[in-house]
Ligand binder design. Structure first.
Ligand code: GLN
Length: 487
């Protein structure tokens, strides 16, 4: 049962084939057992999950009608605040920190009675592409535990791919939902910037961060987005757009849609193996009546450099609040206030986080602000304009989600630039604030690969509709046999 998708599980609860409690217990047992190998959770929140499941069973017993996904378990990335539950961002500096409030999305999931199974492992403060920067150690990719699951929301992706939870939540600043979704063979959605409230999401780079779902199917993500999205006055960047049903276009035909493939993302930088694979795939999809055209988005070649100025700049500012006074870890061996703050930060942050703080402070310093930060903001505008022009002609933009399938731990840690290059396909989308999705499309070297589709701002319904049809054509199946090996 743990390998069913969220929709199937919800139907089983609704039809009284299984109680919400039985279902939740099955996922908790499986999570505990497999976490020993996969290291996907920082914490399993058994008690709150069971309380929620009991609420659902009570509703069923009294004959109340269930709303979609009531009783369906979900795992949450450990940078999203849950009241009184330790929330660490996988950083030593937040060890022991228990937020006094719930993030908006947690309130929404609680209102929908979705049992929260646990807090998932991630790169420290969401900085990374492999979960290797986690203070709690790397998570394992269930397809091949000698490889990484991607990051930074690696634990959330592993949870869904390995049957620990049918749904999970991640955050995406430069690809942290789509890239691990691609490595783990599942669906991951980064909505339009401002679609989902960031209230209670620990900030990394506020102008880029966005919360989004992981699931086994596009349809499940569409339903989960219906629960998560909506205006929130507590997030000043929350967009007040009309609520819509994201399942609206799921069955719409895609014959004749126009899909753009940007040369900047689809070129010789891909290995021959990967390029051949996607060439074949595009051929197959052309036979289904989809019109593909190569286009140029010239500013995209600057996206990675632009991101690695803007994201660290915002991070250095956001992370200044961790001072040893207000949250989590405090160094024991200091003799003055300044020394206490310095030592708490030096001992509490890992290397990658320190690297970002240094870069961020550098590009924001008075002598370099214009040359780096201001220039990067100008380039960001060019990137947005390039996309805007493309969407005047095309329905969606397509590329691989990642240049390669999952890699081995340690393979890219010696050279940060190599690690950064892993997000070359996903980062431009965050700079432009657009919605994008990764759907599994097949295997290269026995590991899953994802197809990234990017839509115009607030066109999630259309994006999900097209993705749902592609999912049907591609017929990718999660391989559950690896679970046997893990147990
Ligand atoms: N890998 C990118 C980074 O390290 C993106 C991370 C993310 O999306 N949170 O900045």
């Amino acid at each position: 049962m743990i390998h069913l998708n969220a929709h199937e599980l919800f139907n089983k609860i609704k039809n009284k084939e299984v109680s919400a409690l039985e279902l939740t217990n099955a996922f908790i047992t499986h999570s505990k057992k497999t976490n020993a190998v996969l290291n996907s959770y920082n914490l399993i929140t058994e008690e709150i999950a069971i309380n929620t499941a009991n609420r659902v069973d009570k509703k069923i017993a009294t004959g109340e009608k269930l709303e979609i996904f009531e009783g369906v378990p979900i795992a949450i990335k450990d940078n999203i605040c849950i009241e009184d539950i330790e929330t660490t961002c996988s950083s030593k500096i937040l060890e022991g920190f228990k937020p006094p409030y719930n993030a908006t999305i947690i309130e929404k999931l609680n209102a929908m009675n979705m049992p929260i199974i646990g807090k998932t492992n991630m790169d420290e403060f969401a900085m990374g592409s492999s979960t290797e920067t986690s203070f709690y150690g790397v998570s394992k990719n269930p397809w091949d535990i000698s490889t990484v699951p991607g990051g930074s929301s690696g634990g959330s992706a592993v949870a869904v791919a390995s049957g620990q939870a049918p749904l999970s939540i991640g955050s995406d600043t430069g690809g942290s939902i789509r890239q691990p979704a691609s490595f783990c063979g599942i669906v991951g959605v980064k909505p339009t910037y401002g679609r989902i409230s960031r209230y209670g999401l620990m900030a990394f780079a506020s102008s880029l961060d966005q919360i989004g779902p992981f699931s086994k199917t596009v349809e499940d993500s569409a339903h989960l987005l219906n629960i998560l999205c909506g205006y929130d006055f507590r997030d000043s960047t929350s967009q007040n757009v009309k609520a819509e049903d994201f399942t609206r276009d799921l069955n719409r035909s895609i014959k004749g849609i126009k899909v753009a493939i940007p040369k900047e993302l689809y070129n010789s930088s891909l290995s021959k193996e990967v390029k051949d694979y996607y060439d074949q795939l595009i051929n197959k999809l052309s036979n289904e009546g989809i019109i593909f055209e190569e286009i140029e988005l010239p500013s995209l070649k600057y996206a990675l450099s632009t991101y690695y100025i803007i994201a660290p700049a915002e991070a250095s500012s956001n992370l200044s609040r961790y001072d040893g006074v207000r949250y989590g870890y405090r160094s024991e061996n200091a003799n003055s206030l300044i020394e206490m703050m310095t030592k708490s930060r030096s001992e509490g942050f890992g290397d990658e986080v320190k690297r970002r703080i240094l870069i961020g402070n550098y590009v924001l310093s008075s002598g370099y602000y214009d040359a780096y930060y201001k220039k990067a903001q100008q380039v960001r505008t060019l990137i947005k304009e390039d996309y805007k022009k493309a969407f005047e002609t095309y329905d969606v933009i397509l590329s691989p989600t990642t240049p390669t399938p999952a890699f081995k731990p340690g393979e890219k840690t010696a050279n940060p630039l190599e690690m950064y290059l892993n997000d070359i396909m996903t980062i431009p989308v965050n700079l432009a604030g657009l919605p994008a999705i990764s759907i599994p499309c097949g295997m290269v070297n026995n590991l899953p690969m994802g197809l990234q589709l990017t839509g115009n701002v607030f066109e999630e319904s259309k994006l999900l509709g097209i993705s749902n049809q592609l999912e049907k054509i591609l017929c990718f199946k999660l391989n559950n046999s690896f679970i046997e090996g893990v147990l």
